[in-house]
Design a protein around this ligand. Structure first.
Ligand code: PHE
Length: 521
């Protein structure tokens, strides 16, 4: 009987040997650098073949990578602001200083803006390098510790310095807290990286050269010629081994991204409830995003730190003069809406500003602006689309995300109708329990927060807002009682996270390939 040894290509054997020497799982990119074999070739050639014969396997691991920001790089040599300020104190042998005078000194010496100075001082206090006192009627600081040890935040910075790299993934546990604080100081950014780790199977670790058949050329087909002239016998060792019990490879076919599937589900549900989908511009005028929604021009949500404004062009066009006039009057004195307005001077310049829409309510309002006396009521439209907010990203926030807005325009509509629509939507999306609580939005009255119950988490989760548009919003478009507009704006990603069982919003867009392959949705 002929016993077939496992045959592998000679060039793959060298990689096997290398892996046997390394012993531990190794990152595929690192391995490709070590072996000077292009990454793709290594993965699809050697690793794939070794995996096929059960000698190697690879797995994916998600890692958090932190990267120094430009500001932090400046501190690598000179030290964090607190250290620089502290050094000034020590160098000049100043044991106590008046805080305000000192801030000017530092501004000149280190070229620190005030903000940075105060960040430094507060860190020095936290680190207990200094103490402060207001006993004299003004704030003084005193050196508390002449030879302070490195703070944890400094130790994190040292990790970068010592590894000579701008990005790090492995942070000792005891410094994790410090990483969070320097992240909050915007000295590092956080990203997720997917690592592919290559490892030998127990069989691969043990196997010796004698147990292998090394071949230079692999034959995976015996031709009729070989059978006729008997040459198949010599070629036998080169024959690709055949494992009859092996399962066929898992074939990962192309498929829709799970988010696309859920977006389509949202669409189907609204269609089934008699709604029509609308689309609107992502780049919007502040007018539609804020002013038409009776959001005063000094509302905090309009600030640069909350909203992305365009640099070029900065200004857009406003609709017809008549409409602009109504909105202006509504803001200033309520116009003929029965309201007293906000009582400030409305500016056309501010309304013309161009921004990335911060909610899809900008789009439903645009639809409202096309209502005429001839429009058939009730009208039901929805919009599921991208919105943008200038937020730092974390487990529950993204600067770019999606919302589901909807409006129903009709005669004599009430809050019960609104609750009915929301309950029905969530029910059709698979959520049995929905509650609404009073809420506040400048554009609706009454307003409601909407929450759904997650069986898996055993808690209620807030999904978004809703309400009946105020006369200050609807009058500009000729919509008056008893015609009313029910409106809502719901978060999309929350819904998706619940359905896909992910608890980090960033995962939805990072799309780790392993997850995409396995997730059945
Ligand atoms: N636009 C609101 C938000 O972004 C939600 C909302 C829409 C509330 C419509 C009331 C009416 O949170």
């Amino acid at each position: 009987m002929i016993i077939l040894k496992i045959s592998i290509k000679t060039e793959h054997y060298q990689i096997l040997q290398k892996l046997q020497k390394i012993k531990k799982p190794i990152e595929a990119r690192e391995l490709s650098e070590k072996l000077k074999i292009p990454y793709e070739k290594l993965m699809s050639g050697a690793i794939y073949s070794l995996e096929q014969v059960g000698l190697a396997k690879f797995q994916e691991e998600e890692l958090e990578v932190i990267t120094l920001t430009k500001e932090a790089k400046n501190y690598l040599d000179s030290g964090l602001p607190e250290r620089q300020i502290y050094n000034v104190l020590v160098k000049n042998n100043r044991k106590e200083v008046k805080l305000l005078d000192f801030s000017k000194e530092i501004e000149e010496q280190l070229n620190f803006p005030k903000r940075l100075f105060f960040v430094g001082i507060s860190k020095m206090k936290k680190n207990r390098w200094i103490v402060s006192s207001k006993a004299m009627g003004y704030e003084q600081i005193f050196i508390n510790n002449e030879f302070p040890e490195k703070s944890e935040e400094e130790q994190v910075l040292d990790l970068f310095k010592n590894s000579n790299s701008d990005s790090l993934s492995k942070i000792p546990k005891q410094l994790q807290q410090a990483v969070n604080s320097i992240y909050n100081r915007k000295l590092v950014t956080k990203d997720k990286k997917i690592l592919r780790l290559v490892e030998l199977t127990p069989k691969g670790k043990k196997i010796t050269k004698e147990e292998l058949q090394l071949i230079d050329e692999e034959i995976n087909l015996i031709s009729s010629e070989m059978l006729k002239d008997g040459s198949w016998k010599e070629k036998l060792p080169n024959l690709k081994s055949y494992e009859v019990n092996a399962l066929g490879p898992n074939i990962s076919t192309g498929k829709y991204h799970p988010l696309t599937i859920i977006i389509n589900e949202v669409r189907e549900v609204f269609h089934s409830m008699g709604f029509e989908e609308i689309k609107g511009p992502i780049v919007e005028e502040a007018f539609f995003n804020f002013d038409c929604l009776y959001q005063p021009q000094d509302h905090p949500a309009r600030e640069m730190q909350d909203t992305f404004y365009l640099k070029n062009p900065t200004e857009g066009k406003l609709p017809k003069k008549k409409v602009v006039e109504i909105i202006k009057n509504t803001h200033e004195n309520g116009g003929n809406t029965g309201s007293t307005g906000w009582g400030y001077k409305w500016s056309e310049e501010i309304a013309k500003k161009i921004l990335l829409r911060t909610h899809t309510t900008a789009t439903t309002i645009r639809r409202l602006s096309h209502i005429t006396k001839k429009s058939k009521l009730p009208m039901k439209v929805f919009c599921v689309d991208r919105v943008f907010r200038n937020e730092s990203e974390d487990r529950t926030h993204l600067a770019q995300f999606m919302q589901i807005d909807g409006i129903v325009i009709g005669k004599n509509l009430t809050l019960s109708d609104l609750i009915g629509q929301l309950v029905e939507f969530y029910k059709r999306m698979g959520f049995e329990k929905v509650v609404t609580r009073p809420g506040f939005f400048p554009y609706t009255e009454p307003s409601m927060q909407v929450s759904v119950y997650s069986k898996k988490l055993g808690t209620w989760l807030e999904m978004g807002g809703s309400g009946i548009f105020r006369p200050e919003v609807t009058y500009a478009w000729g919509i008056k009682d008893p015609v009313r507009v029910l409106a809502w704006g719901l978060g999309f990603e929350r819904l998706a996270m619940l359905k896909l069982k992910r608890n980090d919003i960033r995962d939805l867009y990072q799309s780790p390939i392993k997850w995409l392959r396995e997730v059945s949705y």
